[in-house]
Design a protein around this ligand. Structure first.
Ligand code: HEM
Length: 146
């Protein structure tokens, strides 16, 4: 009987429509926030060749997409958290959730300080920190989804 129940839990099954909406919005926002940073970093040598001020213009245009995506991640992240049954969350799950929140904070702070930095060195350090923390938040999110 118990092994029958375990098998049922392991069986591939479809998510409900609200779960599909919640996770689709969260993952879609993550593709813009995390993927966008990687793509812009990869395009930077080409952007620099477009002339004086081009990197700043691209950074401002990217910010108009990336910050709404970041706040959508936070809003759908809270939705994810409340949708999960906390009583049954393991200590490991709670610990990874806490570490992920630190990564999200560093990701947002790194991206913000990157926009305010006045030297190319500081801009690079903050951008690198923000992108690495964003990738860490993504990996930890995948672990949380289980
Ligand atoms: C940089 C910001 C963030 C990124 C890149 C990110 C990324 C992800 C990804 C890729 C997943 C896996 C989704 C799946 O496989 O179905 C996930 C899950 C999750 N995220 Fe985030 N996330 C971010 C911010 C947040 C925030 C701010 C919260 C909470 C306030 C949060 C809470 C969660 C939870 C609880 C899950 C598990 C969802 C489930 O199992 O249903 N995330 N995240």
């Amino acid at each position: 009987m118990i092994s029958g129940l375990l098998n049922l839990a392991d069986q591939p099954h479809l998510a409900g429509s609200l779960t599909v909406l919640r996770l689709t919005l969260h993952v879609l926002a993550a593709t813009v926030w995390v993927g966008g940073q990687i793509v812009v970093a990869g395009l930077l040598p080409t952007i620099r060749g477009l002339g004086e001020g081009a990197p700043q213009k691209i950074a401002r245009a990217f910010g108009r997409l990336s910050w709404p995506a970041f706040w959508l991640l936070v809003a759908t992240g809270v939705w994810n958290y409340v949708a999960i049954h906390h009583a049954s969350a393991t200590n490991g799950w709670n610990a990874i959730f806490g570490i992920k929140m630190v990564a999200v904070l560093v990701a947002g702070l790194g991206a913000y300080l990157h926009t305010k930095a006045s030297t190319p060195r500081a801009r690079g350090i903050y951008a690198g920190l923000g992108t690495l923390a964003s990738i860490a938040a993504l990996v930890l999110g995948v672990a949380l989804a289980g």
